[in-house]
Design a binder for this molecule. Structure first.
Ligand code: SF4
Length: 404
């Protein structure tokens, strides 16, 4: 009985075994316009490049498979940027290319990120028919003044129309992204956003605190005093409101910023990242992690296309991850899994080392401070630790002893 329980927990807890199936991420770096807070690798008014870009992605995938093998692949994620600028036929061709190149497992999760103003029922039905089975809609906020300050292209009523269209098109697994902590947001704004989207009954919610990224127009606005971000205490209060409201509606917070209506609706793709697993990262600026090597691709779409057309992998940086770094990454990523946490059994299987031996003192101290829960098998953040997750993670940067 005990071993069955342990096995079940180990299956979902961090880290993943080395031979676990991969995730596959494709970056679509095109947006109609650039939101002032965004620091992703994105470009406006370059849609003319889309056909050549998609051909390059297919070619890059073949080069990746030649170099690293065919997977198997358990999850596919089309992220951006705005992947919903692609036509269904383009998504179908991309998924066909993936299936023709990698060993995609039956029942693989296939997610596409969509901006509400770019989709309607027919387009979404096309994505569904192409094989997309999970939709992630960028709602961000429904408050008119929030949409303005975030520079979003949609109107307050557009996200609900997109959500209803997704349901009508047959999507039974829908995530909604929301942002809180934007300048001028009140507690009432946030509670209203949460209540409204909860009434739609999505399967999954990702809630992110707005961060000020260097070099963005938003950061310049803050520096010049035009935009006034909310103070940390208010942002923490909004986070607390979200946790309480979502728990009351039956959503499980399984990751620091992610909630699901049951285990089946957790993002399988993102869990591969948090469990420090392998994934292909294809497209301009995409990051990959295969066979213990982290890679970063050429950022500019035109240069990316050029390199792939020459038959080269478009990688600009490749870093072999040594054992110590891999262990630290397992800890920092795995602590984000607030329900499943990190399993000592899975840790031993992946790293050939004892969690308790590497971090005994740190664990004792963090348990004494009430920041983590640790029973000798599972390590996870406590309720109090959730509020200080970054500080707790920093305590795991120095594993003890000699590591190769
Ligand atoms: S739509 Fe998304 S990816 Fe594009 S600029 Fe805005 S936040 Fe960035």
């Amino acid at each position: 009985m005990t071993s069955t329980l342990t096995d079940t927990r180990t299956l979902a807890a961090a880290p993943q075994p080395r031979d676990a199936p991969w995730g596959l991420y494709v970056h679509v770096p095109f947006c109609r316009r650039i939101c002032p807070y965004c620091d992703f690798n994105v470009y406006a008014r370059q849609e003319a490049l889309v056909p050549a870009y998609l051909a390059a992605v297919a070619r890059e995938l073949a080069l990746v498979a030649e170099r690293w093998g065919r997977g198997p692949v358990a999850t596919i994620y089309l992220g951006g940027g705005t992947p919903s600028l692609l036509e269904p036929a383009q998504v179908a061709a991309l998924l066909d290319a993936i299936a023709g190149t990698f060993a995609v497992l039956p029942g693989a999760e296939v997610t596409l990120e969509a901006n509400p103003e770019t989709v309607d029922r027919a387009k979404l039905a096309g994505y569904r028919a192409a094989g997309v089975d999970r939709l992630s809609i960028g709602v961000q906020t429904l408050a008119p003044h929030g949409l303005k300050v975030l520079g979003r292209a949609h109107r307050p009523e557009t996200p609900e129309q997109a959500f209803r269209a997704a349901r009508a098109a047959g999507f039974a697994n829908v995530n909604l992204d929301l942002i809180y902590g934007w300048p001028g947001q009140t507690r009432e704004d946030w509670s209203r956003d949460l209540a409204t989207v909860l009434a739609w009954e999505p399967e999954h919610l990702s809630l992110y605190a707005l961060t000020i990224e260097p070099g963005t127009p938003y950061e310049r606005g803050v520096r010049r005093g035009v935009l006034r971000p909310l103070d940390d205490d208010t942002v923490a209060e909004l986070a607390e409101t979200a946790s309480e409201t979502l728990a009351a509606h039956g959503y499980e917070q399984y990751e620091l910023s992610n909630w699901a209506r049951g285990r089946a609706y957790r993002s399988r793709h993102n869990q591969i990242y948090w469990r420090n697993g392998w994934y292909v990262g294809a497209g301009a600026g995409a990051h990959g992690y295969l066979g213990g090597v982290r890679t970063v691709n050429e950022r500019l779409p035109a240069s990316y296309i050029e390199r792939v057309e020459r038959g080269e992998l478009p990688v600009v940086a490749a870093e072999p991850i040594d054992r110590r770094t891999e262990i630290v990454e397992t800890m920092i990523l795995g602590l984000r899994l607030v329900t499943d946490g990190i399993s000592a059994t899975a840790f031993r299987a992946r790293h050939g080392a004892e969690l308790a031996a590497l971090y005994g003192d740190v664990l004792d101290e963090l348990v004494a401070l009430g920041l983590v829960e640790w029973d000798g098998e599972t390590l996870r953040l406590s309720r109090r630790g959730l509020l200080l997750a970054n500080e707790v993670a920093l305590r795991f940067l120095e594993p003890r002893g000699t590591l190769g």
